[in-house]
Design a protein around this ligand. Structure first.
Ligand code: DON
Length: 564
């Protein structure tokens, strides 16, 4: 691994900008979990110290996050897990939510008008959850500790409670405004309508009972019996579509990961129904044709080239990608080929911004709430897992009596046939709602290897910014020689084809750089808040040490390692 600490970046001319550099990762030899909840990371490391594998630790961490990080940690949502065994075998587990049997492409229409409320904020926005099935499938294949042992820490956290932090208190207060209409949600996330303050203990007894059923019965404790009955009852009473049959029929799917190479590193990432792996590999393939090191970190030229790669990758995403089981013709092999990247690179003008097609659309806005964590064990088995409820706290609907939040992932389906328009509605075919279909995602859990050895585990939340944040963590380490902490600290930016602009983290670009990019024809917009919350592990082969990079854009996370 190239390794140098840079303190200043020299831009064109004499101007310099100070960059955040020199942050040190957490180091450990025998295992590491990096997640958005320090409590959940510790739960994962406890599993490792009990002799568990990376998958055991991931399952324990995921259940703990469902308790301690309810904005995105979940049992009522879905996601993706990429596993690479120390032997080199890699597999992707798809536990994305899917549409219920009664879904239709026009289900978001009311009196022939598209309704944002129906699509994103109603009982119709809830997809059949996948998390419990996905975790169980990965555990069946790669776990060694008993299943119930992995759920028990989450049960204890739900039953006994944990201490509310300032960030969690603020998040609950904000959520309370949106969930007011759901009495079970208000009961779960406040003290009879009074918000929790930092320092208080937050307990979730209904959730503890649901988790106990999952601990005792496995997926049947969620997809059948009491939990399924309560969920289906909530749906039937409120115009939702999910039935007990939909729940019973849900299956997680094992898929071949997307594979690519970048400057001698192998990329292993998530295939459709995520767009993440394909677009990531496309962008890396394009960028491989440029010498980014001499171009310089965060120089106008580097940002320009990355932006042009992003523009092209995201255009392909919109044009081609959806659930593979409903889109058998998706040109995946072509999209991730080096020759496709060469064609795309040939269309990049190194001095001038391209223009995203004016006939197409802008994307609808998206919330920044999902969560990612990375795990490596002593044997160097690795897990990269991203899961979500879609919006923060998902649909905001807690299943009465069952204590868990339902996702609003159906909002990731396109709005309806042929209604693509400049206001942000998308009507392209591959991602329209259909019975049992999985909605397209951007989640990009990714693992890199070098010379057959584990090198890096990365991923992040952030809606459509996810793929670009993962891209930047990789370039930061591979091209710019950053350690895991510097690579998460470094400022980020995003371009997604349409709208045709670069959004960047405030203070992430110097005024000179902005001027140079504008001169090339780019439109720029500073964003409020950070882009994503990446969680990295880099394996330093020479020292045989794991480096955990924790994203401080959110304060409650933890990179926890073990030397035991
Ligand atoms: O699957 C997706 O791409 C989105 N539903 C993820 C949502 C998300 O990342 C929101 N924020 N972090």
């Amino acid at each position: 691994m190239k390794r140098f600490t840079f303190v200043i970046a020299v831009l064109v001319g004499a101007s310099v900008v100070l960059l955040q550099a020199g942050g040190q990762p957490i180091r450990a030899r025998n295992g590491m979990v990096v997640s958005q909840s320090e409590i959940a990371s510790q739960v994962g490391v406890d599993a490792l110290e009990d002799g568990g594998t990376a998958v055991d630790a991931a399952v324990a961490t995921a259940f703990a996050l469902a308790v301690t990080h309810p904005t995105a940690g979940n049992i009522g949502g879905g996601g993706f897990l990429v596993h690479r065994a120390a032997s080199g075998d890699a597999v992707a587990y798809d536990f994305r939510e899917r549409a219920p049997a009664a879904a239709t492409p026009t289900m978001w229409f009311e009196n022939e008008e598209y309704s944002f409320e129906r699509h994103h904020l109603s009982h119709l926005s809830v997809g059949v959850p996948g998390t419990v099935a996905g975790l169980h499938l990965a555990w069946e294949e790669h776990g060694t500790l008993p299943w119930s042992r992995l759920v028990e820490p989450a049960i204890a956290l739900a039953e006994d409670g944990f201490t509310v932090t300032h960030d969690f208190s603020a998040s609950l207060k904000q959520a309370l405004q949106r969930i007011q209409i759901y009495p079970a949600s208000v009961a779960q996330f406040s003290k009879h309508g009074v918000p929790y303050e930092a320092g208080e203990t937050f307990r979730q007894p209904d959730l503890a009972r649901t988790l106990q059923r999952i601990a005792d019965l496995g997926p049947a404790g969620f997809y059948e019996g009491e939990t399924a009955r309560l969920l289906a009852q909530e749906m039937a009473a409120n115009g939702g579509l999910i039935t007990e049959d939909d729940l019973k029929a849900y299956r997680a799917i094992k898929r071949e990961p997307i594979r690519g190479t970048y400057r001698g590193y192998e990329i292993i990432s998530m295939p459709p129904p995520s767009s993440g792996g394909i677009v990531l590999v496309e962008m890396l393939n394009m960028l491989e044709g440029y010498d980014l090191v001499s171009s310089g970190f965060q120089s106008a030229r580097t940002i320009h080239l990355m932006t042009e790669a992003m523009r092209r990758g995201y255009a392909d995403r919109a044009l081609y990608l959806g659930d593979p089981d409903f889109n058998p013709e998706m040109p995946v092999t072509r999209l991730i080929s080096k020759s496709h990247a060469t064609d795309l690179r040939d269309s990049i003008d190194e001095e001038h911004a391209s223009v995203s097609s004016p006939t197409s659309f802008t994307w609808p806005s998206e919330s920044p709430e999902t969560t990612h964590f990375s795990v490596v064990d002593a044997a160097r088995n690795a897990v990269s897992l991203t899961y979500t409820l879609e919006f923060g706290y998902g649909s905001g609907i807690v299943v009465p009596g069952a204590g868990f939040l339902l996702n609003n992932e159906m909002g990731d389906f396109n709005a309806g046939p042929d209604i693509t328009n400049a206001n942000g509605l998308i009507g392209t075919e591959p991602n329209l709602a259909e019975p049992y279909k999985r909605m397209l995602s951007s989640m990009t859990p990714t693992i890199l290897t070098k010379d057959g050895q584990l090198f890096m585990v990365t991923g992040t939340p952030g809606g459509r910014t996810i793929i670009n944040t993962v891209l930047q963590t990789i370039l930061n380490v591979v091209d710019f020689g950053m350690n895991a902490q510097e690579a998460t600290d470094a400022p980020r930016f995003h371009h997604q084809w349409l709208p045709d602009r670069i959004s960047y983290e405030r203070l992430g670009f110097s005024a000179d750089t902005i001027a140079l990019l504008e001169a090339r024809g780019h439109t720029l917009q500073a964003r409020n808040g950070g882009q994503g919350t990446a969680q990295l592990i880099v394996f330093d082969v020479e020292r045989n040490l794991l480096e955990g990079g924790l994203d401080r854009r959110r304060p409650d996370g933890g990179a926890v390692g073990t030397d035991r």
